[in-house]
Design a protein around this ligand. Structure first.
Ligand code: TXA
Ligand code: MG
Length: 347
């Protein structure tokens, strides 16, 4: 299959390209498109056969449910059994945006979309291309991140092309994604709302609205996460990643020492530094992932920097940790998983 790569204006998408993409979706095909978090791999969420194609294109395990994307709040009504008040409050405050809600599914949503579960994940993205595509398709769009299963999520069209060329019909290139880490997945089926995956909407923001919200204890290393997708190896570049956490000066010292040691052994070392620390490193391929005082710059670049190390072909990646407040929680969740929990914690 030839994969068409089509450029669209990310702010004001032209209707002609959107129409072509919507035709593919209505015919039961696959289109990758930008959202504010990461690129999604879309299919008609109400067509079981179309949803199954997503699993095949990504090599995704069958039990890992998809997120259903809508373009207007009222569209959620057809997808869920009932809509609790706290869901409505959250939708009003955070939609469109990077928050996914888990609720009991309606009979309209096929089990191939929900990975066999009786619940469904729903989100309304705020990216103009995503919104236009869903509207023009006239159906809700199931879309996981548009990477091969296990790899870092794609945050630009080139990264999608690298993984999906020949596997899907079309990629809409609307430029780089703003947030860079995926949506927050919030389970509303229990008594207390529970974050199954930290993401673009922070736990602090959710707390303000809900008063009480829990973080799935299964997200800790060695535990069993509640969300099927969280149990798989994930976000992994080819080279092994080591995350160094603790005070910044100590991080720099440790990474410098290890980079020198590995280089002396003839290894190619990639260092994921930050704007504040980049200048201190003299060994290896050093990239700043972003500004420690602006976590959005870090989340926006995280996955593309990991993929950059793959392209260079480094043997080891040494990454600095950042504080877990705000978007830092999602960043560290992804980074630790990318490292397979290979972490050094310094005092
Ligand atoms: O930002 C995002 O959420 C992106 C963009 C494209 O919207 N999508 C995305 O999808 O990250 P995906 O498939 O890569 O991750 C969806 C996560 C998985 O961890 C999956 O297990 C979980 O959401 N999930 C989906 N439906 C669920 C359900 N019914 N119950 C529990 N977890 C669910
Ligand atoms: Mg994913």
């Amino acid at each position: 299959m030839e994969t068409k790569l089509i450029k669209v204006n990310g702010k004001q998408p032209d209707l002609e390209s959107i129409r072509m993409a919507a035709d593919v979706i209505r015919r039961g095909g696959l289109v990758a498109f930008p959202t504010e978090t990461v690129y999604g791999l879309g299919a008609n969420a109400l067509d079981g056969d179309a949803a199954r194609k997503i699993y095949a294109a990504k090599n995704r395990p069958q039990d890992n449910p998809l997120i259903v994307h809508i373009s207007a709040c009222e569209e959620i009504k057809g997808l869920v059994k009932d809509l609790p008040e706290r869901a409505q409050i959250l939708m009003e405050r955070f939609w469109p945006g990077p928050l996914t809600l888990i609720l009991e599914k309606s009979d309209k949503v096929p089990y191939s979309t929900t990975g066999g579960l009786d619940t469904v994940a729903v989100r309304m993205p705020r990216h103009p291309v995503a919104q236009a595509l869903i509207k023009e398709s006239g159906v809700p769009i199931a879309a996981p991140s548009a990477n091969l299963s296990g790899k870092p999520s794609p945050t630009n069209a080139q990264d999608v092309y690298e993984d999906m060329a020949g596997r899907i019909e079309m990629i809409l290139d609307g430029g780089p994604c703003e947030v860079g880490v995926e949506s927050t997945v919030l389970d509303l089926t229990g008594d207390v709302p529970m974050i199954l995956r930290p993401g673009g909407v922070t736990i602090e923001e959710l707390n303000e609205v809900l008063g009480r919200v829990e973080l799935d204890p299964g997200l800790q290393p060695g535990q069993r996460p509640k969300s099927p997708g969280q149990k798989y190896r994930h976000y992994s570049p080819k080279a092994p990643v080591l995350v160094v956490e603790g005070p910044v000066e100590a991080q720099v010292e440790k990474i410098t020492e290890m980079a020198k040691e590995l280089s002396a052994q003839g290894k190619k070392v990639g260092i994921m530094a930050t704007a504040q620390t980049r200048k201190f490193y003299e060994t290896g391929y050093v990239f700043s992932v972003g500004d420690r005082n602006a976590p959005l710059t870090i989340s926006a670049n995280l996955f593309s920097v990991l993929r950059k190390f793959d392209r260079i072909g480094v043997d080891h990646i040494l990454a600095e940790g950042i504080p877990e407040s705000g978007l830092g929680l999602a960043v560290m969740n992804r980074l630790r998983k990318a490292a397979g929990y290979n972490i050094i914690k310094l005092e």
